[in-house]
Design a protein around this ligand. Structure first.
Ligand SMILES: [Zn+2]
Length: 399
C-alpha cells in the first residue's frame, strides 16, 4: 500500500479540489506529461494544485522506476531553465482483460493510459478458471508482441463478472461462474506472468473507465450499471472506493420496502436487484401475463412504447433513483453515470433523474452531472488500465 504521505500545500489545507492521493497522483502526472499538458515539475504543480515538494517526490519515484525521464531544457523565462519531462518509450505497458459470460475483451495499455491494442475473444467462463485464464494469457502474449520487444510488462488487471474478494485475489460465490468459487485467480496469473495482478468486478472497472473518460476531469463519481442485473461503483478523489472489506459502492443489495420479501440471489429478501433490474422487470411482467423473456425484449418493447412494459421500466427507474438519492446526498459526487441496457431507455433515465432532483438537497444537485455512460464496451478495459497503472506507478524505486 502507498502511504498518504503527500504534505498539504503550505497554509492552504483543503483549499481546493486537488487530488490528495499518491496512487491517483502518480498516474495523473504520467497522463499530463503524455498529453503534452505538462513538461516540467512547475507545470505539474500548477496543473495538479499540489506543492512543488509533492510533485518532486512523485516525479523522482517515476524516474527511479524508469517510467519517465528528465533532460534538455525548456523556456527559461528569465530564471533557471526547467528540465523537460518525458515518458520513456521503453518504460513499458500493462495488460488488461474484461471477462463477460462468453467473451473477453483484452487490451494493451500504455503507461499513459492509452489503449494501444484491443481484441475481443470468445471464452466461456463456464469452462472453468484454468481454461479461461490460459486462453486469456495466450491471447495477451500474442496481442502484446509488438510492445514486448521494446518495453517491459509492468502489471495486469482482470475484471470478472462476479463478486471479487480483491485482497484474496479470487471470486466469492459467483452466480454464473461455475468452478470459480475461491479459485486463486490472482496467484494463478501472477505465477505465470511474474508481475502484479489486480482483480475487480466488472462494474468497478466500468466506474473507473467512465470517471476518467469525462472531460473536464472530475474528482468524485458514482456509476450505475442497470442491465439484467444492477451494480454500481464509487470513485472518490480519483480512486475506487473499496471500503473495509472491498464491497463498498454497491447498491445492488440495498433493501427497498417496495420489494417486500422477494428473495434475492444473495440470500436476503427485498433487495433493489429484485425490483429494479432487467431480470426483475421480466419476472414481474411475466407474473402479469406479459410474454417477455429477456432484458433485450424489455428494451425493444419499451422503444415500441408498449404501455405496460414502459410503465414497469419507469417504476424500476423510480426505485433505483430513490436508492441513489441517499447515495448522492451522502457522497456529493460531481457526476452520476448511468450504464447498462436499461440506461439506454429514456423513461428509465428520466425517472432516475427526477428522483435525484426531487430527493437531493439543492447544494448537491446544483452542479451535479447526470449522464448516460459514454465509453460503452471500452469502459472495462480502460478502467482496468487505470486501476493497475495507479498501482504500479506508485511503486516507487522498490519496483
Ligand atoms: Zn440481494
Amino acid at each position: 500500500m502507498a502511504s498518504d504521505s503527500a504534505p498539504a500545500t503550505s497554509g492552504a489545507v483543503n483549499a481546493g479540489p486537488g487530488p490528495r492521493d499518491d496512487r491517483a497522483l502518480a498516474s495523473r502526472i504520467v497522463a499530463l506529461i503524455s498529453a503534452g499538458d505538462a513538461t516540467s515539475r512547475a507545470d505539474l504543480a500548477r496543473s495538479l494544485g499540489v506543492s512543488p515538494s509533492t510533485v518532486s517526490l512523485h516525479v523522482q519515484g517515476l524516474i527511479d522506476t524508469g517510467v519517465i525521464d528528465e533532460g534538455g531544457s525548456g523556456d527559461s523565462r528569465g530564471g533557471r531553465k526547467p528540465r523537460l519531462l518525458r515518458i520513456r518509450d521503453e518504460g513499458g505497458y500493462v495488460l488488461v482483460a474484461d471477462l463477460g459470460g462468453t467473451h473477453v475483451r483484452i487490451a494493451v495499455i500504455s503507461l499513459a493510459s492509452e489503449v494501444r491494442a484491443v481484441r475481443e475473444i470468445a471464452v466461456d467462463v463456464a469452462d472453468g478458471p484454468e481454461t479461461a485464464l490460459d486462453m486469456v494469457i495466450a491471447e495477451w502474449a500474442d496481442l502484446a508482441e509488438p510492445w514486448a520487444a521494446t518495453g517491459r510488462l509492468r502489471g495486469v488487471a482482470l475484471g470478472l463478472p462476479g463478486p471479487v474478494d480483491v485482497d484474496a485475489g479470487r471470486v466469492e460465490l459467483p452466480a454464473r461462474m461455475p468452478g470459480w468459487h475461491h479459485f486463486a485467480v490472482g496467484d494463478y496469473v501472477a505465477e505465470r506472468l511474474g508481475v502484479p495482478v489486480l482483480l475487480d468486478n466488472d462494474v468497478n472497472l466500468m466506474a473507473m473507465g467512465e470517471h476518467f473518460a469525462h472531460q473536464p476531469p472530475i474528482e468524485h463519481s458514482v456509476t450505475v450499471k442497470a442491465g439484467t442485473a444492477i451494480g454500481s461503483g464509487l470513485i472518490t478523489s480519483g480512486r475506487l472506493h473499496r471500503g473495509a472489506t472491498g464491497a463498498a459502492g454497491d447498491i445492488t443489495h440495498s433493501r427497498v420496502s417496495a420489494a417486500g420479501s422477494t428473495p434475492c440471489s444473495c440470500g436476503k429478501l427485498g433487495c433493489l436487484e429484485t425490483i429494479a433490474s432487467g431480470a426483475a422487470i421480466v419476472r414481474r411482467l411475466r407474473e402479469r401475463g406479459v410474454d417477455v423473456h429477456s432484458t433485450a425484449d424489455v428494451v425493444r418493447r419499451t422503444r415500441d412504447a408498449e404501455p405496460e412494459v414502459t410503465s414497469m421500466v419507469r417504476e424500476a427507474g423510480g426505485h433505483l433513483g430513490e436508492v441513489l438519492c441517499t447515495v448522492v446526498n451522502f457522497v456529493n459526487p460531481d457526476a452520476v453515470f448511468l450504464g447498462g441496457a436499461l440506461s439506454t431507455l429514456e423513461p428509465f433515465v428520466a425517472m432516475v433523474r427526477s428522483q435525484l432532483y426531487d430527493g437531493c438537497h439543492p447544494l448537491i444537485t446544483r452542479k451535479l452531472i447526470i449522464a448516460r455512460a459514454t465509453t460503452g464496451a471500452e469502459a472495462g478495459v480502460t478502467g482496468a488500465g487505470r486501476l493497475i497503472l495507479q498501482h504500479v506507478l506508485s511503486e516507487r524505486a522498490a519496483g
